[in-house]
Design a protein around this ligand. Structure first.
Ligand SMILES: [Zn+2]
Length: 202
């Protein structure tokens, strides 16, 4: 029988620790989430939080688009509320829809891009690989997230209130919101605010 007192030893993944380390335990038990290639498209220093969160939910395809409501057993008309010419799904809304594609075209055109891709996967690839000025790229990411947020808002306006705006008005609203964001960044002392704003001003 030993004359010394027993002392607990923490062992995490086979390595002994003299004391409990919550950080080491957390790192050992958490399910590591491999960094997704699209994370930088969502979380960047010029993002508007409500736009980024909405885009993130669509990235995960978690929003109640009509195709998903139908798959859950709800008896709903599947026609797209923006164009009425196809079934509503995430990939149709962003931007394989004539209404959405026009909004997306107006926004990208403002930044000097012509013929932007409109299919969901193609847009993600384009945004991930586009080269050029980092401010122009941040403005483009702002515009993409703004389009997702405002197009879903327009869709909900039609779904719940029966009201509708034109693609031009939706695009103008997105751009003015982003200009306000850039001005706010600038007033807070973030110099990239003015550089991104210059991308939006024609
Ligand atoms: Zn449509």
């Amino acid at each position: 029988m030993s004359s010394t007192n027993d002392t607990p030893i923490w062992a995490i993944d086979g390595f002994p620790y003299k004391s409990f380390s919550s950080k080491a335990v957390w790192n050992a038990i958490r399910i590591s989430n491999p960094k997704r290639f699209w994370a930088p498209l969502l979380w960047h220093k010029a993002a508007i939080p409500r736009h980024a969160i909405s885009s993130w939910l669509f990235m995960l395809n978690r929003n109640p688009t009509l195709d998903r409501l139908s798959s859950w057993g709800f008896d709903v008309e599947l026609d797209c509320l923006l164009c009425g010419m196809a079934q509503e799904s995430r990939n149709h809304l962003f931007f394989d829809c004539v209404f959405s594609a026009e909004v997306w075209r107006l926004i990208t055109q403002r930044l000097g891009f012509s013929s932007p891709p409109i299919l969901w996967d193609h847009v993600l690839f384009w945004l991930s690989t586009i080269s050029g000025s980092k401010y122009k790229k941040l403005a483009l990411l702002q515009g993409w997230q703004g389009a997702i947020y405002e197009l879903w808002r327009e869709r909900n306006r039609r779904f719940h209130d029966g009201l509708s705006l034109s693609p031009v008005i939706v695009a103008k609203h997105i751009i003015s919101t982003l200009e306000n964001k850039c001005n706010a960044l600038n007033q807070l002392g973030f110099k990239h605010g003015i550089s991104i704003l210059q991308c939006w001003i024609i």
